[in-house]
Design a binder for this molecule. Structure first.
Ligand code: PMP
Length: 439
């Protein structure tokens, strides 16, 4: 049986059970999503029996592809012993020790269950530490679903406001105005404008939250100048600097922050540090992390979670991260450089107004001639969005799974063979779309 018959049927059933037929919008495809059967290494097989190379890696959450034998062994052993207790485990202590050893700015760490929760905990810890309510974030950057972290990534340009003072625009209907009023939005990589905005909220800001390679902002690296300016401003004004490394932690042994001459007060992590299981973590300076210390007379930020630091995630994460040593990180980043060069060649060969951005093991293909520099730039026009989906579909139909913004991440189990094959399929796709791209 070929085609998408089984998936189509399953989706009809799912539509009656879940809004939109799913629990996460990211898996949707038209006319129906495909359902996974199994996966190994960098290949995923759907229930129709079609195998594809996986550049989506569960939204950048898998660093060693699927079912890595070492991780499977560790997790299987743990499952035999139980998956969650109302007791701490040695696995948690071991993993905390490992992650703290990767970054000299990680004095203390706490585990949670998602990136959303990690960012939320960083913001709440910042408020508890400073006694201030407001947070600042970059326009358009995605940081998960917490009310405050979520604002300013609406798809409606009319709501954005002035470049010099972007609006705090809600994503979800019903977001309290009070929440919006407590979020200060700054433009990406524009230090003078960002500082001018921050200056208007001196004494009010608990922290400045920034992703060093924000996907929705175009997957372009934060400039050193921008990050240094935010570090200096926060230090001089009693605010904390928080890095969201939920995705970018994969780009350096101690996170993408290894590439910058600054140390944040707190770092949010998630995705790949779970070794394939749900996870989040926040780490940083002792005195800040101490707001969560239940042994203090006054606990400024009481913090718990039923499945936080569950031993299945802990052993999976520890074995994944041990495998992702300095050598593996360097090798994967070099593969990323190679792939972006290959993509650039494919674009040149097809001679189309398309470009590629990214860094480390991540890339994003834009249906634009020049790389965007901020969220407004990166935003796909309706025509660009149509072409982007057409390219994602072409890649999918020819054996490559992408994130639906035409972004992808590498995993350590990919070889040059997959990269070369990707380039061939990409050139064919770009040639096919050339008449529309040139129009
Ligand atoms: N921050 C960033 C930068 C992310 O990319 C994501 C997830 N895409 C999150 C936070 C939220 O993580 P989660 O989906 O695990 O809640």
């Amino acid at each position: 049986e070929t085609g998408t018959d089984r998936s189509a049927k399953l989706y009809q059933k799912a539509l009656k059970l879940m809004p939109g037929g799913c629990s996460r919008n990211t898996v949707l495809r038209k006319p129906n999503p495909l359902y996974a059967e199994s996966a190994a290494g960098c290949f995923v097989t759907d229930i129709e029996g079609t195998q594809r190379v996986d550049f989506a890696n569960n939204m950048a959450a898998l660093i060693h592809g699927h079912a890595h034998p070492e991780i499977v062994t560790q997790v299987s052993e743990q499952l035999q012993k139980g998956s969650a207790f109302t007791l701490a485990t040695e696995a948690e202590v071991d993993y905390a020790e490992h992650l703290c050893s990767r970054n000299s700015g990680f004095d203390k760490i706490r585990f949670v269950n998602s990136g959303t929760e990690a960012v939320m905990s960083c913001l709440k810890a910042s408020r508890a530490y400073t006694g201030r309510a407001k947070i600042a974030k970059v326009e358009g950057a995605y940081h998960g679903l917490y009310d405050y972290a979520e604002v300013s990534q609406t798809a409606s340009p009319a709501t954005w406001g002035e470049v010099s003072s972007p609006n705090s625009v809600p994503v979800a209907f019903g977001t309290p105005q009070a929440a919006l009023d407590d979020v200060v939005v700054i433009p990406f990589n524009d230090a003078p404008r960002a500082i001018a905005i921050l200056d208007k909220h001196k004494q009010e800001l608990a922290c400045v939250l920034v992703d060093l390679l924000p996907h929705r902002v175009g997957l372009i690296p934060a400039s050193t100048e921008f990050v240094v300016a935010l570090r200096e401003w926060s230090e001089n004004n009693g605010a904390l600097l928080v890095f969201d490394e939920v995705i970018t932690f994969r780009n350096g042994y101690g996170g993408a922050q290894d590439n910058y001459p600054v140390t944040p007060d707190l770092t949010a992590m998630g995705k790949m540090i779970g070794g394939g299981f749900p996870v989040g973590a926040l780490a940083g300076k002792s005195e800040v992390m101490d707001v969560m210390n239940p042994l203090n007379d006054k606990v400024l930020f009481p913090h718990s979670g039923t499945f936080s630091a569950n031993p299945v995630t802990m052993v999976a994460g520890l074995s994944a991260m041990r495998l992702f040593d300095t050598e593996a990180v360097a090798k994967l980043n070099a593969q990323g450089d190679k792939l972006r060069a290959i993509i650039t060649d494919a674009i040149t060969q097809a001679d189309v107004p398309v470009c590629v951005t990214g860094a480390g093991s991540m890339f994003r293909i834009h249906m634009k001639a020049t790389p965007p520099t901020n969220y407004r730039d990166a935003f796909a026009s309706p025509q660009e969005a149509k072409l982007m989906t057409a390219l994602v579909d072409h890649l999918f139909d020819n054996g490559f799974m992408m994130i639906n913004t035409c972004s992808g991440t590498l995993s350590t189990v990919m070889t040059d063979k997959e990269l070369t094959h990707f380039a061939e399929v990409l050139v064919a796709g770009l040639n096919k779309l050339k008449p529309q791209l040139d129009a």
